[in-house]
Design a protein around this ligand. Structure first.
Ligand code: ATP
Ligand code: LTN
Length: 333
């Protein structure tokens, strides 16, 4: 709680062009908390460097991710929007929490196993302790809810375990957060391999629909999406490609699977794929227009970053100094 309001916190890595998975699973939902919660949404650049990044790209994507937050409806007057590296308390708390996190717990994290398989030449300690920095992000703001896609549920659960362990030694330090996973859109799959999560760092651009793809590209990508040899649009086990397209259509339109099956009865996959492409392109158009306007004013984005960093630092320092006192660190002013 901050000033009698519950707190919502989430983050996105500036590690690539954002996808409709990031949009439907996370960012689109962030704005729904703005009225009733005190909201902090962070561009987590420190997390992004756990995988090798080209510095100029990381810098550009940091601006782009902030602009996309705003284009997706996050008003910087109502939400604290900021960049993780601008608030050093994150790194400081992460160190303390490292000392309350077990090697075995981190070894079990699915994202660590996946990413270390994918980047076998660079299995660095940061990749291993990534969830501890994420726990620090969340716990610094006494967060109540963390809106994320289902792939991040395990990390939020570890954060709860770390906070509970810390609180059992030093009572009343942290609020224990809850993950909030959307009912639809929680896991958008790759269009080329619908058994794999759609991911912004996928090398095959055709498997991913980016928030900033133009209408023709969106429609072309959906047209090419891998499906099956059946012809009937229905949700069923073993039809991963169609199930994924139905989930995407359902998340954009609010229609249930039964309604979608009814709408496309007697029509082939071609019609359905075109319809998915169209609803997606229509929904993204206003986001793309606002984004273009925001990106043309870098000074404004920097002003938002600065204000966000000041606001976030105020709350983060409060929690950090409470933790430091409890741990027995000498405070000097
Ligand atoms: P990377 O490929 O670099 O690991 P990513 O595409 O998985 O990145 P993140 O920055 O790790 O994206 O995730 C930001 C948010 O988007 C998280 O809340 C995550 O759960 C959500 N998210 C990412 N991909 C998907 C997806 N395919 N479906 C639903 N939610 C997703
Ligand atoms: N690990 C997340 C990004 C992230 C995050 C957070 C999400 C970093 N810090 C705090 C929620 C809360 C990811 O890879 N998607």
């Amino acid at each position: 709680m901050i000033q009698d309001m519950k707190v919502s916190y989430s983050g996105v890595q500036p590690s690539g062009n954002l996808t409709i998975g990031n949009y439907l699973g996370a960012i689109r939902n962030f704005a729904t908390f703005s009225e009733q919660y005190k909201c902090f949404y962070c561009v987590v650049d420190a997390h992004a460097i756990t995988v090798r990044q080209t510095p100029a790209d990381l810098r550009r994507r940091t601006y782009e991710t902030l602009a996309l937050y705003m284009a997706c409806g996050l008003d910087p007057e109502k939400n604290t929007l900021y960049v993780q590296s601008h608030v050093p308390a994150h790194a400081e708390l992460a160190w303390a929490l490292n000392c309350f996190t077990m090697f075995g717990e981190l070894s079990r994290m699915t994202q660590f196993k996946d990413k270390s398989a994918k980047h076998s030449d660079n299995i660095n300690a940061g990749l291993f302790t990534y969830p501890v920095l994420m726990a620090a992000d969340i716990l610094l703001y006494q967060t109540d809810v963390v809106p994320v896609g289902i792939d991040q549920k395990q990390h939020v659960e570890l954060c709860r375990d770390i906070a509970t362990r810390f609180n059992s030694v030093f009572p009343d330090t942290f609020t224990i957060p809850e993950p909030i996973i959307p009912k639809t859109g929680m896991k958008i799959m790759s269009l080329a391999d619908p058994t794999k999560k759609m991911s912004k760092s996928d090398e095959n651009a055709n498997s991913v629909v980016y928030i900033l793809d133009d209408r023709d590209t969106i429609i072309r990508k959906f047209k090419r999406a891998v499906t099956d040899s059946d012809t009937c649009v229905r949700y069923a086990e073993g039809k991963d490609g169609i199930n994924n397209l139905m989930n995407i259509y359902s998340t954009f339109t609010g229609k249930s699977h039964a309604e979608i099956e009814h709408e496309f009865e007697g029509r082939g996959y071609g019609d359905f794929k075109l319809a998915v492409g169209e609803v997606c392109a229509d929904a993204l158009r206003p986001v793309q227009e606002t984004y273009a306007a925001l990106m043309s004013d870098k000074a404004h984005l920097e002003a938002v970053m600065k204000k966000g960093a000041e606001e976030a630092s105020y709350y983060a320092r409060k929690t950090l100094s409470k933790v430091q006192k409890k741990l027995g660190f000498v405070q000097i002013r």
